[in-house]
Design a protein around this ligand. Structure first.
Ligand code: PLP
Length: 348
């Protein structure tokens, strides 16, 4: 059976170019700073994000955690959206590992946070309060339809942060999807932020790894935090070689995923038993709701799985499903998946 796996863009397997680059990568001990391929990847990531330095880490979760550890001390407060990945899906590592106090404020549907709410969440200097140290934005915003967050908004948040002596971190797991959707460069998009983490292992198809970028001092602290967490690896040039292909060969084609996601959304919008707002599919994430009596999101996902179409029911939600488009999903796959979904719904 031909499997169309749209549970996530993390399921993408390394391309042939990646496998070849991995096989022939020059390597060294990266904890000693001696892996030339890792060093090259870090230089490329710094340049593409417009930051002084970068660090290769195991995952997006580690990238966010080392960033938080580099910006905040124990008992410090971090302000972030109530739909953010860090708050929802990272095991509360901020608190568990960093002793960092998360202060959540509401995300709007487009993934932004009302500037008034942000400003109001910043604490004045008072013996009773934790110290506000960090604001985090997510771009694209995973739980908010994969929305790309625009440069002007990031700039306005950065001004609020910096006027109050806070830092701004971007959880940019899919920042290249954002930049492609907004037709800009990542460095331009997030220039006002102090740090960013982004994933190589999602739409950019690397087998593993994320990057953290920021000032030299920040990266020095993040590098220490990575070692603390057990993320100091050795001949990781093998993995970095794939990451270099991600950054050189896999970015521009993300617009194809966005077009395929839109085609998928338009097809779903025509089906009885599905609700989708086609105007809320700006990048590669497609969220839709199951509106059929007696059919839950997880029951539909299970039926589709038996026919080779894999999607992700959203935890703690009876109706919502997420489907993610990536380079292994072709326009033909989109049409094939739509046919299977329609067939399953007709039979319920
Ligand atoms: C996937 C994701 C992460 C975490 O990345 P992992 O590599 O799975 O740890 C962080 N933030 C956002 C917004 C994500 O979508």
């Amino acid at each position: 059976m031909h499997i169309i796996d749209m549970r996530s863009d993390t399921v993408t397997r390394p391309t042939n170019a990646m496998r070849q680059a991995m096989a022939s990568a020059q390597v060294g001990d990266d904890v000693f700073g001696e892996d030339p391929t890792v060093n090259r990847l870090e230089e490329m990531a710094a340049e593409m994000t417009g930051k002084q330095a970068a660090l290769f880490v195991t995952s997006g979760t580690m990238g966010n955690l080392v960033s938080q550890l580099a910006h905040c001390g124990r008992g410090d407060e971090m302000i972030l959206g109530n739909q953010s990945h860090i708050f929802f899906y990272e095991q509360g590592g901020s608190a568990a590992v960093g002793g960092i106090h998360p202060r959540i404020v509401p995300n709007r549907e487009d993934g932004t946070i009302d500037l008034k709410d942000l400003a109001a969440a910043i604490r004045p200097d008072n013996i009773h309060f934790p110290k506000s140290r960090l604001i985090v934005l997510e771009n694209t915003h995973n739980r908010c339809f994969g929305s790309p967050i625009e440069r002007q908004y990031i700039h306005e948040v950065a001004v609020i942060a910096h006027n109050n002596d806070l830092k701004l971190h971007i959880d940019g797991a899919r920042i290249f999807n954002a930049a492609v959707a907004l037709q800009t460069s990542v460095s331009d998009l997030i220039g006002d932020a102090d740090s960013i983490s982004f994933c190589l292992s999602k739409g950019l198809a690397a087998p593993a790894g994320s990057m953290v970028c920021g000032s030299k001092d920040f990266i020095t602290r993040a590098r220490r935090a990575r070692k603390l967490l057990g993320g100091g690896m050795r001949q990781t040039g093998i993995l970095a070689a794939a990451g270099i292909i991600s950054l050189t060969k896999m970015v521009d084609r993300l617009s194809e995923d966005h077009a395929n996601a839109r085609a998928f959304a338009l097809g779903l919008a025509d089906m009885d038993g599905i609700f989708i707002d086609v105007d809320r599919v700006p990048t590669n994430l497609v969220f839709f709701s199951v509106k059929k009596k007696g059919l839950t999101a997880s029951a539909l996902a299970e039926k589709l799985d038996k026919e080779g179409v894999r999607v992700l029911p959203i935890p703690m939600d009876e109706e919502r499903i997420r489907a993610v488009v990536h380079y292994e999903i072709s326009p033909g796959d989109i049409q094939h998946a739509l046919g299977i979904i329609k067939g399953v719904l007709d039979r319920v």
